[in-house]
Design a protein around this ligand. Structure first.
Ligand SMILES: *Cc1c(COP(=O)(O)O)cnc(C)c1O
Length: 416
């Protein structure tokens, strides 16, 4: 059972708010580091195991640096993400570049940084060759189509725009092999926020089997398989975190029989999780501005969907703690809402919470991944600050809040 307890007290947060007004996201460094270490340790039986943190989940250089120090690489999918990786000194084959509908300039930059380039389509072989030249190592993203089910966030693989079909995978490796490439990897990403540990073992099996078939047919050797990200987190109290040990043992067994047993060793196992790495260790802190009593009871806060889009976008559950009222009886039912002129700007719908007063501080849990990152300026909303609760207990601002000046930065009023 997960307990939903923030790593800070009301008194601590009140002190922080004096320097950094709400709303803000705050990330817990200590737990982030411990979690990163645990993942690498769990898979340490696999020589060369790699986790490439999906930058899109939390594209803050201070967080990326912490993860780099922990031994992670980065999964980038755009030019700015590649530049972020470079800024924090994570380059070369510590970067997997997995993009789609990729502009030429992005392939060029990825090649220049020595990243492992993961192609999303068979036609990108020529595109890459023409615009950036072929690298020494190449990877293709596999879309199993009707062979796998997928889930709500990522959709059915059959209807997903990503990757190559099974037939194309054979053709693609043949093509690049004929062009003289000798180092190969294989990638897939078929789940998102998946809590079923077995799913990842099945994914590993799917890639190992396909890599085996292709290597047999073409006489090539694979260096790695990347089973993607998508490991889910327990957003709801009572949900259990995915048992990484279970996945690791399952993959190890496959490795012994299907990899080593078929002469495919050594084969590096890669993952590219975002959510499970930083998600549980981030919190959106917001202050109650208004209470409204109409057909339903509303709590209006100073954060809105621009600070955390998941509830509005997917109806996702994010747990809420009312600071200082952790032990109070949940005697009320509220919708907790932001100020956007869209009725899906609700952090919680019909949520049982303690009686809330104006000025109360709410902590919205599990915002460390796909939280601040999904921010936007619609309705003139400004992105909030990001703070780091450091391992030594101090707080550092790792991204300032946007100001009205930022909002106007792309406009030139002189031609008006
Ligand atoms: C989004 C994404 C990830 C990370 O997904 P999580 O659910 O955050 O683990 C990894 N790989 C690719 C290709 C992605 O698009």
């Amino acid at each position: 059972m997960t307990q939903k307890t923030p790593p800070f007290t009301k008194a601590q947060i009140e002190k922080i708010i004096k320097d950094y007004p709400t709303p803000f996201h705050i990330y817990d460094e200590k737990s982030t580091r411990a979690n990163a270490k645990k993942l690498l340790k769990t898979f340490s039986w696999n020589k060369g195991f790699g986790e490439f943190f999906a930058v899109k989940a939390c594209p803050n250089p201070y967080i990326l640096k912490i993860l780099g120090e922990s031994g992670f690489g980065l999964d980038c999918s755009s030019l700015p993400e590649l530049m972020l990786a470079q800024k924090v000194g994570i380059v070369g084959e510590k970067i997997m570049f997995s993009s789609n509908e990729t502009p030429a300039a992005e392939y060029k930059k990825a090649k220049e940084l020595g990243a492992i380039i993961n192609l999303d389509d068979i036609s990108h072989i020529e595109f890459l060759e023409k615009h950036a030249g072929l690298p020494q190592i190449i990877c293709f993203r596999y879309n199993p189509g009707p062979l796998r089910k997928g889930n709500v966030i990522i959709g059915k693989p059959e209807e997903a725009k990503y990757g190559l079909t099974r037939e194309q995978m054979f053709e693609a490796y043949k093509k690049v092999s004929d062009k003289g490439i000798k180092r190969f990897g294989m990638h897939t990403m078929v789940a998102s926020n998946e809590l079923n540990a077995n799913y990842f073992i099945e994914t590993a099996k799917m890639l190992i089997d396909l890599a085996y078939e292709i290597s047999q047919k073409l006489g090539i050797k694979f260096e790695f398989i990347n089973i993607g990200g998508g490991v889910g987190i327990p957003y709801r109290p009572g949900q259990k975190p995915v048992d990484l040990g279970f996945i690791s043992r399952g993959v190890k067994k496959l490795y012994e029989t299907k990899v080593a047993g078929r002469g495919m060793a050594p084969l590096k196992i890669f993952m590219e999780n975002g959510r499970m790495i930083t998600g549980p260790y981030g919190y959106l802190v917001t202050t109650v501005l208004h209470k409204k009593d109409i057909y339903k009871k509303y709590i209006g806060v100073d954060a809105c969907m621009a600070n955390l889009m998941r509830p509005g976008m997917y109806g996702a559950y994010h747990h809420i703690t009312v600071l200082g009222k952790e032990k109070s009886r949940k005697s009320r039912t509220y919708d907790v809402v932001g100020s956007l002129c869209e009725n899906n700007d609700k952090f919680a719908v019909d949520r049982s919470l303690p009686k809330i007063e104006i000025g109360d501080i709410l902590v919205i849990h599990d915002t460390g991944a796909h939280g601040h990152a999904m921010g936007f300026n619609y309705n003139g909303k400004l992105r909030s600050a990001e703070l780091l609760l450091k391992a030594n207990g101090k707080v550092e601002e790792i991204r300032r809040a946007e100001t009205v000046k930022d909002y106007f930065a792309t406009l030139d009023f002189s031609n008006l």
